[in-house]
Design a protein around this ligand. Structure first.
Ligand SMILES: [Zn+2]
Ligand SMILES: [Zn+2]
Length: 287
């Protein structure tokens, strides 16, 4: 059965109309040519179950490594061939996609309607920024957080702007943050799921493990309770804040640290995230 089975499998492969497409080497070359464009990979993964499986096993990981090499090296502690908590497809989605906000996860935010998820034009993830989101006792954890994307609150008569941001912990299972959440027996939030891996989430507001002032300052947000975020079982973070428009004299942040070398990542950087910047539109097309 063994030999016969595998040869008939080969026959089926070569007979299938997309056999060339499932050749890993060919696919690598194609994706290298398009600079690991996420939209192309989304399209390819939707073609057939074979390509979807291949993307899940290989291509999402390669996309993450190619587009955000330093951030991925930091998140995997150099073992980029390894599995990653929550899976590579979820991490790729987090890097390039704003999860939006459903009303269930906006308890402290008056939103007129849910904000739909979308490809993020350009996002900058930084480990230095992430530190501002960690409670003092958890500062040893490594957390990358993006800058907030602006969204209209869409409530009648309200011109406020909501910032939506996202992030990811390194080795969340070993993190102090997770340890604290479990030690405090914090329950999962009803009706809210991670927009990246669909796992259940903890509210860091309920924990409470949000350093409100440092996080608000980092986000350019205003007032108490203006920052809220959730962390899922796999260590993905998503959150909201009210954004204030800073005057030019207001814009400085005395505690700004040098972020040039923290392995951060900006999606807007065409040469593979070396300058730490991600853009879902690799060719400058931001829509
Ligand atoms: Zn958004
Ligand atoms: Zn998740």
């Amino acid at each position: 059965m063994g030999e016969q089975g595998s040869s008939s499998q080969l026959m089926r492969l070569s007979e299938s109309s997309n056999s060339g497409l499932v050749n890993e080497r060919v696919l690598f070359l194609v994706f290298e040519h398009v600079k690991w464009d996420i939209r192309t990979l989304c399209c390819v993964a939707a073609v057939s179950w074979k390509l979807r499986a291949l993307a899940k096993r290989l291509l999402w990981r390669e996309l993450c490594i190619s587009r955000a090499p330093r951030m991925i090296a930091a998140l995997t502690e150099g073992a980029t061939n390894s599995r990653i908590i929550g899976g590579w497809p979820a991490l790729a989605k987090l890097l390039f996609f704003c999860g939006g906000c459903d009303l269930a996860s906006a308890r402290q935010f008056r939103l007129g309607r849910p904000l739909r998820g979308h490809f993020a034009g350009e996002s900058r993830f930084s480990k230095t920024s992430g530190r501002s989101f960690l409670a003092r006792s958890c500062r040893g954890d490594v957390l990358y957080v993006s800058d907030p994307g602006e969204h209209a609150a869409a409530e009648e008569g309200c011109h406020d702007v909501v910032g939506i941001y996202r992030g990811v912990f390194r080795s969340f299972f070993k993190s102090r943050t997770r340890e604290r959440l479990i030690a405090r027996q914090i329950g999962f939030v009803e009706g809210v799921r991670c927009p990246y891996c669909a796992a259940r989430v903890w509210s860091m507001t309920a924990a409470p493990l949000i350093p409100q002032r440092t996080a608000a300052r980092k986000l350019g947000s205003s007032g108490d309770g203006a920052v809220e975020y959730y962390v899922c079982l796999n260590g993905h973070l998503h959150g909201l804040c009210w954004l204030v428009h800073l005057s030019s004299s207001d814009g400085g942040d005395e505690e700004e640290e040098d972020e040039d070398d923290d392995g951060s990542f900006c999606s807007g950087d065409e040469d593979g995230g070396d300058r730490n910047c991600i853009n879902s539109a690799n060719n400058g097309d931001n829509n």
